[in-house]
Ligand binder design. Sequence first.
Ligand code: SF4
Length: 122
Amino acid sequence: MQEEYGLAYLFIAHDLAVVQHIAHRVAVMYLGRIVELADKRSLFSQPLHPYTEALLSAVPIPDPKGRRDTRVVLTGDVPSPVNPPSGCHFHTRCPYVMERCRVEAPALRELQPGHWASCHRH
Ligand code: SF4
């Protein structure tokens, strides 16, 4: 249908395994903000935001031999979007949090051609 009618789809999901089969371009959102935006291949092979890393590490692998060694488990609860944390909204759950993250919100920047992310680590 997309090719025949020239349609664009906006597909919203929590399951990145499904997104991988549907999307050409992926935006990852946390507390209502885009934290990473890239074409599918780039995002799945080289995630630049810690939240994307965590989401990808949680995608089940059907082959037990292909099991990951590095599962990123986020601690804490998702904060309220009505009263989000200061600085980077992800800082209360980020495994790489730095002092700067608590006070300064990172801008969404193009870190590689067509690959955008908001994180002080890059
Ligand atoms: S800016 Fe800091 S808290 Fe936010 S995702 Fe990057 S490292 Fe983590």
